[in-house]
Structures are given as C-alpha cells and as structure tokens.
Design a protein. Structure first.
Length: 79
C-alpha cells in the first residue's frame, strides 16, 4: 500500500533503526520526507484525508521515538 511512497519508506527505516549512531539521522530524514509530502497533500484539494492522517500519525510516532531515545540517554529500548 504505502511501500512505494518515499515518506513511508523513510518512516519505516527510522522506526526500525537498530544502530544507535544512526537513529537521529534516520528520524530527521523521515521527518523531512513526511513534511515535504504534507506540503504536497495540503496543496492538493483532492488529496486523501486518510493520507493526511497517516502523515500526522507518522510524525507523532517519530516524536515519541525521539523522546524515548533522549530519555534513555541515547539507548534504544528494543535492542
């Protein structure tokens, strides 16, 4: 469904990143892709409201990931 979308690939890569030294870079890349797509979707009146919601949720989960990462002193909880 979303696999072909650059923002979704970047989002998945960030959420699944296991190398501590790459988490911040992966999250920033995903946020950039999501924000770029958000601009496109916002400018398109015919764009799907479900994609708008997905983009919003993806940003929310990336923020949660960063919060956990920072609270844990740069450790990943799932590794």
């Amino acid at each position: 469904m979303h696999a072909g979308r650059p923002w979704y690939r970047a989002y998945c890569a960030a959420m699944l990143e296991t190398r501590v030294q790459h988490v911040l870079e992966s999250v920033e890349c995903a946020r950039k892709e999501i924000l770029e797509r958000t601009e496109v979707v916002s400018a398109d009146a015919s764009a799907s409201s479900s994609e708008r919601k997905e983009l919003h949720e993806a940003l929310h989960y990336l923020t949660m990931l960063l919060d956990c990462f920072q609270k844990e002193g740069g450790r990943l909880l799932w590794c």
